[in-house]
Design a protein around this ligand. Structure first.
Ligand code: NAD
Length: 541
């Protein structure tokens, strides 16, 4: 980016361009006269204009495209629009719209963004990454495109996810966009429709696996560390069999995390902490039963266990309070089909084959659905939970809505309005027995942008599990009594920036306390976070 850019070059630099907001004196000074229509339109009015342009478009993909064109043209206006109404724009630049954008990526391709690193360039990644125009990168979101949302292997077309996610780091928590880098590691794709599509942009080969894949990821990490020593790498939408070992390999060596694994667990734990504000109980006294013992279930169970251990339980006692129930029944130690990540949760208990029987046997205070199978939280299940608990915690987290273990209405109706409910996908408010309930959505968006902001502002050396526990508590403490009374256990998305800055402050304080920061400790951590947060405004040139 040329800071002394003038004239047409300036108008084509999205970081410096103000479009019609350039005031008369700057137009004269910077050689812009005649290149813009004469009226000067201030930022607020530009935002209003974009709102009405977006509102006039027919479908969400068109809105996504209009917004990404704006991002390529005038970055400050783009973020001013997103931050003016996050609840409206987040679903347009990220899920669910970004899924369709990734599926149609090559057909709708416009201005390029981010770095594409093909495995055929092994040994040359440093040379290639040097082409990125910023020398100071603090945040990388990287994907290999193998498990994009629930859509599967999209190869390099997964770039849309890395771009959209980084836009949220900025819009929701103020991580400055100039320090952010979206990356795709192109190791091929096993999606044959893509391989046969003449417009597909990625390598035309099956995915590379095994040692060659690991060596490529190693080279990427080493090069990123060399070129950008203060960077944090966030792994995004890798297939589970790669995501888990990658996180294990680097988590204690560099500043890194996996939002699908850790952010997800963090947001579920935040829901639990908020629920405990309703029941006025301690975490260490809870017992959870998970329907589904896969990556989401075991990840959430592990973070809850660690948070229980912070309240004084031994980690083994804590894990026994987080029981898993999968397709073959309750996870008990006599079973021979358990994976390594399920074994720590195995109970010394007789086999139990139905979920209702497991509820009756274990008497959980909460059930968490991560099975991918809809409707498994039956009336019998909710009634069994309601017989055991005055305020049963019922979290059907499977996505999308069509796979939710139950609907909000079912949970409230079958529990006579006593359920403390949150789901993975959104449900509209429901009215039952003359009361209105507002169901919360366990969306990682309350966790990962704030984590990014804390890491950026403190120049953290590591991202630890405890940081997600701190973040979860900080999310939960922001739910108002009024929200809780209406059934809402997450802060409303309309207040996401304020909520994220609060979470970032709590996490940053923890980073300083634990000696994990490289930046000097300021007198006032909250003030540091506010100062460092990006604000979309036009400075005077
Ligand atoms: P996974 O495939 O790894 O695990 C699914 C688990 O469900 C397995 O243990 C399987 O045995 C079990 N299961 C399947 N059918 C069952 C049945 N009939 N009875 C009991 N158990 C059954 O999947 P995952 O990655 O763990 O994701 C699970 C779900 O969680 C997905 O729908 C995903 O969308 C959701 N999820 C939600 C969030 C969120 O809300 N923030 C985050 C991550 C994942």
């Amino acid at each position: 980016m040329a800071d002394n850019a003038r004239g047409a070059t300036l108008l084509h630099d999205p970081r410096l361009n103000k479009g019609t907001a350039f005031p008369a004196e700057e137009r004269q000074k910077l050689g812009l006269e005649g290149l813009l229509p004469p009226a000067v339109i201030p930022l607020e009015l530009q935002v209003t204009r974009v709102h009405s342009e977006i509102d006039g478009l027919q479908d969400d993909l068109q809105k996504y495209l209009a917004l990404s064109d704006l991002q390529a043209r005038n970055e400050r206006l783009f973020y001013a629009v997103l931050m003016s109404d996050p609840a409206k724009y987040i679903p347009l630049v990220y899920t669910p719209t970004v899924g369709e954008a990734c599926q149609k990526f090559s057909g709708i391709f416009r201005a390029t963004r981010g770095m594409y690193l093909p495995i055929t360039a092994r040994g040359r990644l440093q040379e290639i990454l040097r082409n990125w125009p910023q020398s100071d990168v603090r945040f990388i979101v990287v994907t290999d495109g193998e498990r994009i949302l629930g859509l599967g292997d999209l190869g390099v077309d997964g770039m849309g996810i890395a771009i959209g996610k980084l836009a949220l780091y900025t819009a929701c928590a103020g991580v400055p966009p100039q320090y952010c880098l979206p990356v795709v590691l192109d190791v091929g794709t096993n999606n044959h429709a893509l391989l046969e599509d003449p417009l597909y942009f990625g390598l035309r080969q099956e995915r590379v696996r095994g040692e060659e894949y690991a060596a490529f990821v190693d080279e990427f990490v080493a090069v990123a560390q060399t070129l950008y020593p203060k960077t944090c790498i966030q792994w995004e939408d890798f297939a589970n069999f790669n995501a888990v070992p990658i996180l294990e390999r680097y988590r204690d060596k560099i500043c890194t995390y996996n939002d699908d694994i850790q952010g997800t667990a963090g947001i579920a734990l935040a829901g639990v902490f908020a629920a405990l504000r309703v029941t006025k109980q301690k975490l260490a006294d809870q017992r959870f039963l998970f329907l589904g013992g896969g990556s989401a279930g075991s990840g959430i169970a592990e973070l809850i266990s660690q948070a229980m251990a912070m309240e004084g339980l031994s980690i083994d006692e804590a894990r026994k309070r987080n029981a898993l129930f999968d397709i073959n029944g309750l996870i008990v130690s006599s079973r021979s089909d358990l994976t390594d990540f399920q074994k720590p949760f195995a109970l010394d208990h007789a086999p139990v084959n139905t979920f209702v029987e497991a509820i009756k046997a274990l008497k959980p205070t909460g059930i968490i659905g991560v099975s991918t199978v809809p409707k498994l939280f039956t009336r019998q299940v909710i009634e069994a939970m309601s017989a055991l608990n005055e305020r049963p915690i019922i979290f059907p987290y499977s996505n999308p809505t069509s796979r939710s273990e139950c609907t909000a209405e079912e949970a409230y109706r079958w529990s006579d309005g006593r359920a403390i409910f949150a789901s993975g996908s959104p449900f509209a408010p429901v009215e039952i027995m003359g009361r209105k309930f507002v169901p919360g959505q366990g969306n990682n968006i309350y966790i990962f942008p704030a984590m990014g902001m804390a890491v950026y502002a403190t120049e953290a050396t590591r991202v630890t599990e405890e940081m997600f526990i701190i973040a979860a508590k900080a999310v939960a403490e922001q739910v108002t009594e009024e929200n809780l009374a209406a059934g809402l256990i997450y802060p409303p998305q309309s207040h996401i920036l304020g909520a994220s800055l609060h979470v970032a402050e709590r996490v940053a304080t923890y980073i300083y306390d634990k000696g994990l920061a490289r930046a000097p400790r300021p007198g006032d951590v909250a003030a540091l976070i506010r100062e460092r947060a990006y604000r979309p405004a036009y400075e005077q040139e």
